[in-house]
Design a protein. Sequence first.
Lengths: 224, 224
Amino acid sequence: MQSVCVPAGLTPDKVEAIDLSSRKAQVFNSKATVFEAGQKLSSVYAIKSGSVKCFTLNESGQQQVTAFHLVGDIIGLEAIATGAASTYCETLETSMLCEIKLGSLFDQNIDGVHQNLIRLLSQRLSHNSRQYINIVSTSAEQKVASFLLLLSEHMQQHGRSPAEFKLPMKRTDIANYMGLAIETVSRIFTLFKKQGIITSDQSMLTILDRKKLHNRSVPFTTTE
Amino acid sequence: MQSVCVPAGLTPDKVEAIDLSSRKAQVFNSKATVFEAGQKLSSVYAIKSGSVKCFTLNESGQQQVTAFHLVGDIIGLEAIATGAASTYCETLETSMLCEIKLGSLFDQNIDGVHQNLIRLLSQRLSHNSRQYINIVSTSAEQKVASFLLLLSEHMQQHGRSPAEFKLPMKRTDIANYMGLAIETVSRIFTLFKKQGIITSDQSMLTILDRKKLHNRSVPFTTTE
DNA sequence: CGGTAGTTTGAATTTCATCAAAATTTGTGG
DNA sequence: CCACAAATTTTGATGAAATTCAAACTACCG
């Protein structure tokens, strides 16, 4: 998961405080487009609730998922340098996003917003690096285990249960994101279920044995 | 390759101009440690010449390469948020690095250095995203082709020949970075040689047929 | 020139993708 | 609230791709 992190020092709330004119959150239906690749973008968006996926399209229209973002994340940061979005971004469920005009972050250094933004971006780089390690790992089992643990951590950091949460994305998206076939992801889920590591009721996931899950995950990204 | 990019608006030279006291570049021998994971870091480093690899270590001492950085890159950006390096960083050859104190970037917004740093970080995110796509692609051949093209682009952006350059890293490191076995990387190199796409004399690489190489690369990351 | 590190090549094995079909879940209209 | 259709997930069988193991070969360094 790229940047499923609490943006320390630049929480959505703090950022919103900068630009009062755009503090109101907008509601997006499920599968709504937040922005498109190449689109001129002069804002970033804080996710107040819900979740989104970011992806690119190749010439034959196939998706490649590059990131999932959940509550508390800020999206569109990649567009600051060029002024244009580098990926498509679509809600995975009904979501509330708060638009933050870049001008408000750039023009004046109110309340140290520059430093906060720099820290947020730096933090995002660390998270990307960690996610990179998860993906590069050769075993599909490790990839899926690490993916679930990262989601779980994010939930915990946002005051939710790390043991029980909803997976907003389809298996297809997970598979695509992890560079695996959907069948492989499915098989690993059933394997973990049989081994009593997780259970799932519809899209609710329960981590029964965190330790075992951790043992199956990528050894480089140990936080616990 | 994470961030093999010209940091537009924050070239090493520009950044150095901020903090005159630390403008002098230091020479690092090959295989020298620039910083270690967990080490307190209050500077970033601009690569004036040479190259480095960043990696993590797991409990059994195995490396996982997370990035290569070449001339023109700035390293240590991931440490800004936490104040501590998140990876080890080692030179791949004799290199010259220029230390840039973070204080000089943070304290005052001289010459819009804040905005420049923000742009640089944002740009890095885009590059990571692109590299992510290269890695997630399922075919080993695509991974290696994309890797070579990305290196080539970086060389061009730094005024060097995009068709002929030195690979500073070992096959082992490339394989590790791409999540492949070293034998697989080797086999793909020989395949590309047999097909007249590349040649290599020792560590010098020559791209003979850029178009073919591009056809073999990941379809999502097309710049050309 | 000899020894070590690094690379290449071949053969056997494992892992994962693909294809096909069944089972389950989700969404919709009555 | 239920029934039906569509979408998604699961499961099994097969094949392709990449890893592993082993050994030979080459470059590099004192």
